[in-house]
Design a binder for this molecule. Structure first.
Ligand code: TMP
Length: 414
């Protein structure tokens, strides 16, 4: 529910300690990646999912933290390598890293949240020293089977110091879609400070607030995405920890991301792109309360339109299934109150999710083969960030008269 500009500040910014002004409240939500087995049904914990903006440093953040051990544990089910486009994306990044930042003598790269080794595999194949750090033993096992060197733990001061003691300073520390996940982000930055070489870089990529707001990607808001970064808020945060934002590049993945490069203050020149980004963000007012309130109103409209469409299709006897049991879908399904009466199943290619039920509304997750058997009339695409890849894979569905339903940037049939 849009809480609007009159809502009183209700918490303190985790970056600078100033007031955070809430702009949207999704109500009580289950853990987004907390897919449950039949035995676990009804044993989930819920927490309040609401999001606000810092009135001082403009960092957009959740107002309630779910303990990191609840979110990222041994059996964390997400696997980064589920998308061919993401595999290409990280292989290409690893390639450029190996030829640029890691081209000196005996370099070291450390990845925070290395998951199933989607990026580090290429580094390992090249015989370059690397360390992956990930709290999920199950994901680390998959990475290790690919030859990746992984430590099963959170990245923070103590793990950073232990890595430095064993391997020496890191030339590059990398994180893809994990740096924003830890509410105590200061512990991560302190770890980077301990481990990074004097002229090293901390490179991280994450979903971009500018795209989330402009394209109504409200389902990017869930427990794991504690911070929604903008270039301005990242620059301010970096400066508080003695780092400088020296580059920022747009990436097409996950509906629009940015790759940020931090270096120790004064150690590298800043690319002019950073200034252009800042001007653009300022001009578009991406963290202005007016913009964020409008975003909230759009979320409410999407909920109304999606539920109306699904009820109408059910009334007309149409068969609708979900495609991609994403963590994003937890926000959509629970906020919209969509259960098995409207979506009887969601197919997903991740073996760890198949046979489970989605958090909160308990829709069965089934393997991709069930999508064809028989084809539904409509498929609601929760994995919209992989639309290109999925449309290419599922041409038979459309040939059979099937149609895709998308809910961002507005509810429409593709
Ligand atoms: P993500 O949007 O967080 O990357 O999650 C994508 C989910 O969608 C993940 O559970 C895997 C699933 N998926 C499919 O089921 N089929 C596909 O073709 C792709 C690319 C993803």
């Amino acid at each position: 529910m849009a809480t609007g500009p009159t809502h009183e500040p209700d918490c303190r910014c985790r970056i600078c300690g100033s007031s955070v002004r809430e702009f949207f409240d999704f109500g009580m939500q289950p853990v987004a990646n907390g897919f449950v087995s039949e035995e676990q049904l009804g044993q989930e914990s819920f927490f309040r999912l609401s999001v606000g903006v810092c009135t001082n440093c403009t960092m957009v953040q959740l107002t309630q933290e779910v303990p990191r051990s609840t979110l990222f544990h041994a059996d964390y089910p997400y696997r980064s390598s589920g998308s061919a486009i993401m595999r290409e994306h990280f292989e290409s990044f690893a390639h450029s890293l190996l030829h640029e930042e890691l081209s000196g003598p005996d370099p070291l790269v450390v990845e925070i949240g290395s998951n199933d080794g989607i990026m580090l595999k290429k580094v390992s194949d090249a015989g370059v020293r690397h360390v992956g750090v990930d709290p999920s033993a199950a994901a680390a096992k998959v990475a290790a089977a690919k030859g990746v060197n992984v430590r099963v733990e959170f990245f923070e001061e103590s793990s950073a110091a232990a890595i430095r003691d064993e391997y020496g300073p890191a030339d590059v520390i990398f994180s893809a879609n994990t740096f924003s996940h830890i509410a105590d982000i200061g512990s991560v930055l302190n770890g980077v400070d301990i481990l990074l070489a004097g002229d090293g870089t901390f490179v991280f990529e994450d979903r971009y607030l500018g795209d989330i707001v402009a394209k109504n990607y409200f389902d990017q808001i869930y427990d794991e995405h504690f911070y929604l970064f903008s270039v301005a808020s990242v620059r301010t945060m970096a400066a508080r920890h003695g780092f400088e934002l020296v580059d920022a590049t747009r990436l097409p993945v996950h509906g629009g991301s940015v790759r940020y490069v931090l270096a120790r203050a004064g150690s590298r020149p800043t690319h002019p792109r950073v200034e252009l980004f800042l001007r653009d963000e300022d001009g578009n007012g991406i963290t202005a309360m007016e913009t964020l309130t409008r975003f909230g109103e759009n979320i409410d409209r999407i909920r109304h339109d999606l539920v109306t469409l699904l009820r109408d299709l059910r009334a007309r006897g149409k068969h609708v299934v979900g495609y991609g049991a994403t963590s994003k879908s937890t926000t959509v399904l629970n906020y919209c109150g969509i259960g098995t009466e409207l979506i009887p199943r969601i197919c997903d290619s991740t073996p760890e999710k198949q046979g489970t039920f989605t958090p909160g509304v308990h829709i069965p997750v089934t393997p991709p083969e069930t999508f064809h058997d028989p084809f539904p009339d409509y498929a609601l695409l929760f994995a919209w960030n992989h639309a290109e890849e999925i449309f290419e894979k599922e041409t038979e569905f459309v040939r059979n008269g099937g149609e895709w339903i998308l809910y961002v940037p507005r509810v429409h049939i593709h």
